[in-house]
Design a binder for this molecule. Sequence first.
Ligand SMILES: [Zn+2]
Length: 66
Amino acid sequence: MTGHTPAPHAQARICPNCHGFATAAITSGLGRDHRGHLRTITVDCPACHGHGTTPLSAAQLTGGRA
Ligand SMILES: [Zn+2]
């Protein structure tokens, strides 16, 4: 894995798993805190890890010609 490698034409598409809504706040069921705020937990999309986009794979980049 190369990790964070800058690419001159970095392309990304909206994550098909969350459609760009990568982070969701979910009520924890623990009621409200001492200030009356609803307790929530934040969950990132497991497919894009909260980015909302997924990088195009090398196959998609190179195999675009028909
Ligand atoms: Zn996602």
